[in-house]
Design a protein around this ligand. Structure first.
Ligand code: FE
Length: 173
């Protein structure tokens, strides 16, 4: 059985993942409104991935015969000054998510809940990738700062990003 502490923290994590989805959807809409369709696409893919993260946690809670409790999702910012600022906010946010995942792993270890600890390994690895990709995007935006043609080319490149279902969900089908 999941401990109450871990169950509550997993439900809180679902809310955090859905808030992340909402944040990236908001960035996607703002980018598209500014004519940056490729950056809008990049964040739309991110929006879809965050929904997968929530779904993985919901599936897990249910598979442990526990209840999923969906709390209200807080409002998100709606406008950014530049793509660079969006990716800087993305990195800051993902660092916070990493700390939350680490906290979940610490509770699972404390509980000697090996199944939960094992499930969380995927999220620990995912956070390394999330922080790395945000840093890469910051580097790319800094490289084209003040250069409209550079931004145009970067935007074109990001239009190619394609959503792929997260591995734990694909494996479940
Ligand atoms: Fe996530």
């Amino acid at each position: 059985m999941l401990s109450k502490k871990l169950h509550d923290a997993l439900n809180a994590q679902i809310n955090a993942e859905l808030w992340s989805a909402y944040l990236y959807l908001s960035m996607s809409m703002d980018a598209e409104a500014k004519g940056l369709k490729g950056i809008a696409n990049w964040f739309y893919v991110q929006f879809q991935e965050e929904q997968d993260h929530a779904r993985i946690l919901m599936n897990y809670i249910l598979s442990r015969d526990a209840v999923v409790e969906l709390a209200p999702i807080d409002a998100v910012r709606t406008q950014w000054d530049s793509a660079l600022e969006m990716f800087q906010d993305t990195l800051t946010h993902e660092k916070e998510v990493t700390a939350m995942i680490n906290n979940l792993a610490a509770i699972a270890a404390e509980d000697k809940d090996y199944a939960s600890a094992n499930m969380l390994v995927w999220f620990i690895d995912e956070q390394v990738e999330e922080e790395e990709s945000a840093r890469d995007m910051i580097t790319a935006c800094e490289a084209v700062e003040g250069n409209k043609f550079g931004l145009y080319m970067l935007d074109k490149e990001l239009a190619a990003r394609v959503y792929q279902q997260a591995a734990p969900l694909a494996a479940k089908e």
